[in-house]
Design a protein around this ligand. Structure first.
Ligand SMILES: Cc1cc2nc3c(=O)[nH]c(=O)nc-3n(C[C@H](O)[C@H](O)[C@H](O)COP(=O)(O)OP(=O)(O)OC[C@H]3O[C@@H](n4cnc5c(N)ncnc54)[C@H](O)[C@@H]3O)c2cc1C
Length: 422
């Protein structure tokens, strides 16, 4: 392991001095690398999954001759556009194994990466307003218990204690039947996760190259030979494509078709409020979810837009619906002002599970299709994908998610667990 850079200590005086010189003296968290002519591995896409894979390749498998090539800036994709919900209460055995691993890595991520990712396991409730949803959540709770994931059903009385702002009086359109409760579900700061992986990967010797678009993946004689980028050609025997909704376009020139639909997913935050909500609440029936950030802002999101597309603007009807559903549940928020709104383009697969694996051409790997729920999976997916590329033992965690499952009809259907519940 290379020597760790000494962490600079800041005092009030040093911070004031920095402010006086207009913040020009901050130490960069990772150096801006220039592309070299060749690397052992090129990772396309500096989102969470690309960066985490790079980090675990270096940390656990000793492979450091790696470039992470990002067309924009780190976190400019979905990585820092999400609402940062972390949970592992999925339904299928393959997903439970992956998300359970990821959740357990989140528990110690700040220590592992020597950076505060603000992981806050404050608890997460998934509300059920129909008997059918209750039944589905109860099945999830049973499956979770069987696979060692702590989640269980709670009755309406307990939900009311956790969510005093929730209006579920007798006049409500939907009666509350209960909820699935995951006590260690929660949130983390999304961009801190990205910065932490980038900083540590760079300390381990990985080049992080921003503002460099991969235009084409090059092959010679049926195997990967490198990538053509906006800043020249880079040769590499192994390429991992982790470019979210841009992945199908990048792979199409190799004759590889991915079953991925790009669609806008939107979110918005309120003005900061005093602490009023100390769990994450998700309501599938009304298509909305809410949490309160450490700054006090209410972070609100809902379902994807109805029509596919790459626009990051998003349809107004979707945010209107989400706002209406939040008011249905929490009428006392009606006078809270909303401050910011944004969208990301999420990459949805037919079974709402990711695509991870080798792609037939020697040296070519993919990690994409995370749709609305890939933030929580970053540590586990990076860990597993690194092992897959390096031929390690942990590859079994990601092995079920190969592209061939669509040909074989071996779907990992998580549409219920990942529709509104990101
Ligand atoms: C509004 C919203 C809310 C969400 N909420 C949650 C949530 O609460 N919990 C959760 O778990 N998930 C959530 N998600 C989903 C989550 O953000 C994504 O699944 C996850 O970030 C995907 O990570 P990634 O690394 O695959 O993609 P990204 O973070 O998008 O990274 C891909 C990167 O590839 C780069 N790239 C693309 N093309 C090229 C190219 N040709 N060359 C070089 N670089 C390229 C992009 O610029 C981008 O930085 C949400 C998403 C959105 C939009």
């Amino acid at each position: 392991m290379p020597p760790r850079r000494p962490t600079r200590r800041y005092t009030l005086t040093s911070l004031l001095k920095e402010a006086r010189r207009q913040h020009r003296g901050w130490e960069p968290a990772w150096p801006k690398a220039e592309p070299k002519a060749s690397y052992e591995i090129v990772i396309a896409g500096g989102g969470g999954h690309g960066l985490a894979t790079a980090y675990y390749l270096a940390k656990l498998h000793g492979i450091r001759n790696i470039a992470v090539v990002e067309k924009g800036w780190l976190g400019g994709g979905n990585a820092a556009r999400n609402t940062a919900i972390i949970r592992s209460d999925y339904l299928r055995p393959e997903s439970m194994a992956l998300y359970r691993l990821s959740h357990s890595l989140f528990e110690h991520l700040s220590t592992e990466l020597d950076f505060n990712v603000m992981y806050s396991p404050r608890g997460l409730v998934e509300l059920a307003y129909t008997r059918q949803h209750m039944e589905l959540l109860a099945r999830t709770a049973d499956a979770n218990t069987h696979y060692g994931i702590k989640s269980w059903m709670i009755p309406p009385d307990e939900v009311r204690k956790l969510l005093p702002l929730l209006d579920d009086g007798p006049h409500k359109r939907y009666p509350l039947f209960g909820a699935l409760w995951q006590p260690r579900g929660g949130i983390a700061r999304h961009d801190a996760v990205i910065w932490a992986y980038a900083r540590m990967a760079a300390q381990l010797g990985i080049d992080i190259i921003e503002n460099c678009e991969i235009e084409r993946i090059e092959t010679i004689g049926g195997r990967i030979s490198g990538v053509r980028t906006s800043r020249g050609t880079i040769s590499a025997g192994t390429v991992l494509v982790a470019t979210a909704a841009d992945t199908p376009a990048l792979l199409a020139s190799l004759g590889i078709n991915l079953p991925i639909e790009p669609v806008a997913l939107q979110a918005f935050v309120s003005e900061p409020l005093k602490p009023a909500l100390d769990v994450v609440a998700i309501a599938g029936e009304v298509e909305g979810y809410i949490s309160q950030s450490d700054k006090g802002e209410l972070v609100i999101g809902g379902a994807t837009d109805k029509a596919p597309g790459y626009s990051r603007r998003g349809a107004f009807a979707s945010i209107e619906d989400t706002a209406a559903s939040m008011l249905e549940l929490f009428p006392s928020l009606s006078r809270v002002r909303m401050m910011r709104h944004w969208a990301g383009t999420v990459d949805i697969t037919p079974d709402r599970s990711p695509i991870i694996g080798a792609l037939g051409l020697q040296g070519l790997f993919v990690n994409c299709g995370w749709g609305t729920g890939g933030f929580k999976a970053i540590p586990g997916s990076g860990y597993g994908t690194a092992s897959l590329i390096a031929g390690g033992k942990a590859a079994h965690v990601v092995a079920p998610f190969g592209l061939d499952r669509f040909r074989q009809g071996r779907l990992i259907d998580e549409s219920a667990a990942s529709a509104v519940a990101h």
